[in-house]
Design a protein around this ligand. Structure first.
Ligand code: HAM
Length: 486
């Protein structure tokens, strides 16, 4: 069976590129030039994928942009457990949402005596918000200066039907601003997101959709009005929406079902139930967005699929496909912390899906720096050469040169073939004769030219050829205090 190595994200042409081009961002790795996947007994579970080196370059790039913009704006990093008591999600996200009803990955802590699975009390996190709010309460963060701004990056799990852009394990980055309620916070959060999406060069492919869904009382009145409207029309609704009408009528507004969309056109509008105060709040958010230069589209049908939202909700949509596969979404959740047992505390936040962002970056032709290139391959022949090769490899690495050494017993010819496969820029050859004369052969793999030189001069020469600015040296800029290492 022929399959591409990673069907989720089409990989870029990994043809050999000069080092300069590779550094500028054209990916190319040995692993990724392989397009055949072997038949194996085990594969990744349905809806999951390996993040291979090429995609890690994209992930690292996104994570850097997130970290950078979050630090600029005063957010601090938080990690919550990958699993939590399931009640946190059930109560927080809402028992009748798709995420809780259909998509929670339940985890039974351990086996009972007798080997039976214990009833699941935990669930893998389908998102970060509920866990972060639990942490805010648990660690008394209301004592800190408010708002508390937190961000997280990591895997989330939803037992959804896998399809393009929808996986069972995926990565989110998440921003939360907890402890204050003010339209300027909603706008500022969105502005930080605009900067992140611009940094990764996909903002122009997206539209910001925004709505205000009002306070819970307004939504309750609206839900009742919707139910009344649909009396006698239920049979025209597809089954999924007939059920939603009972459990979560607001979801009919953003239903993907055509029959529902037609009926919803004449249904009461949420805006008729939203209070003047909420409308004013919304207008102010929009004013601030304009002041910050963030373009938006008001969307009265946007309700979002999680129950904890109040007032502002927003999503970043693909301009061409719309609601399908939003790259991220968020909103205000002023009742969530109280719902989870804390004091009434407002909050606003957002989460973006990294896989969907990477897909957009690739579609837009965004290339990210390939930091995994091999600069030098050291080939050797004979026991003495091997010993010298070991120290040479280690010294080159110490200077920041990405170096691979052939330490097997293969012939020089096959080592050269290997150097070619590693796409190394230079190869150093150390045979018996070279050892005897304290020399080494330096071969420029692209130019196909080589020269013999003194072994003692080769490291400065390699550094000169690569350019000092391209060396991978790790500098600890922050002082951590002196410690005696015994
Ligand atoms: P969400 O809209 O459920 O919101 O998810 C946010 C983003 O995560 C989506 O827009 C999408 O990019 C990505 N995502 C969600 N499910 C999947 C999946 N199955 N496969 C791949 N990507 C997926 C939340 O999670 C809220 N916690 C956002 C939030 C934070 N609201 C307030 N604070």
């Amino acid at each position: 069976m022929v399959r591409t190595l990673f069907p989720v994200f089409p990989s870029h042409n990994s043809a050999r590129q000069p080092r300069s081009a590779r550094l500028r961002g054209v990916s190319g790795s040995l692993l990724l030039s392989c397009t055949l996947m072997s038949q194996t007994e085990f594969r990744t579970p349905k809806g999951t994928h390996d993040v291979l080196p090429e995609d890690h370059q994209y992930m690292t790039y996104i994570k850097k942009a997130v970290r950078h913009r979050c630090r600029q704006a005063g957010y601090k990093r938080i990690d919550t457990p990958m699993f939590e008591h399931r009640a946190i999600f059930e109560r927080g996200i809402g028992a009748h949402t798709d995420i809780v009803e259909k998509e929670l990955f339940l985890v039974s802590g351990s086996k009972r005596e007798g080997g039976e699975d214990a009833a699941p009390v935990f669930a893998l996190r389908p998102e970060f918000t509920a866990g972060i709010c639990r942490s805010y309460i648990e660690h008394g963060m209301q004592q800190l200066p408010q708002p508390v701004e937190l961000y997280a990056i990591g895997q989330c799990f939803r037992h959804d039907r896998p399809q393009k852009g929808r996986y069972r394990q995926f990565h989110q980055f998440d921003l939360e601003v907890i402890g204050l309620r003010d339209p300027s916070l909603d706008a500022q959060l969105i502005h930080v997101l605009k900067n992140i999406l611009s940094d990764i060069k996909i903002f122009s492919r997206l539209t910001l959709q925004i709505n205000n869904i009002g306070q819970p009382e307004s939504r309750k009145a609206f839900a009742d009005a919707l139910k009344d409207y649909f009396i006698g029309k239920e049979r025209h609704l597809p089954e999924i929406d007939r059920n939603r009408l009972e459990s979560n009528p607001m979801r009919l507004l953003d239903s993907k079902e055509e029959d529902t969309q037609i009926l919803v056109k004449n249904a009461p509008k949420l805006s008729q139930f939203v209070s003047e105060e909420s409308k004013q709040y919304h207008e102010t958010v929009l004013e601030y967005l304009t002041a910050l230069g963030v373009p938006y589209m008001e969307n009265a049908s946007l309700v979002r699929g999680l129950d904890y939202y109040t007032q502002t909700v927003f999503e970043f949509w693909d301009q061409s496909t719309g609601a399908q596969n939003a790259v991220g979404g968020g909103g205000r959740y002023d009742g969530l912390i109280e719902l989870l047992g804390g004091k009434p505390t407002p909050g606003v936040g957002f989460a973006g899906g990294l896989e969907r962002m990477i897909w957009h970056m690739k579609e837009a032709g965004v290339t990210v720096p390939n930091k995994d290139q091999v600069d030098v391959f050291v080939a050797q022949l004979g026991p003495e050469a091997k010993k010298q090769c070991l120290t040479l490899v280690s010294e080159l690495r110490e200077k920041g040169v990405h170096t691979v050494g052939a330490l097997g017993e293969a012939s020089l010819k096959s080592q050269m073939r290997l150097a070619d496969k590693f796409q190394s820029r230079y190869t150093l050859l150390l045979g018996k004769m070279e050892v005897k004369h304290s020399t080494i052969i330096l071969r420029d793999m692209q130019a196909g030219k080589q020269k013999e030189m003194k072994l003692a001069d080769v490291i400065p020469e390699v550094i000169k050829l690569l350019g000092k600015e391209n060396l991978d040296t790790y500098v600890l800029r922050d002082h951590i205090g002196d410690v005696d290492e015994d």
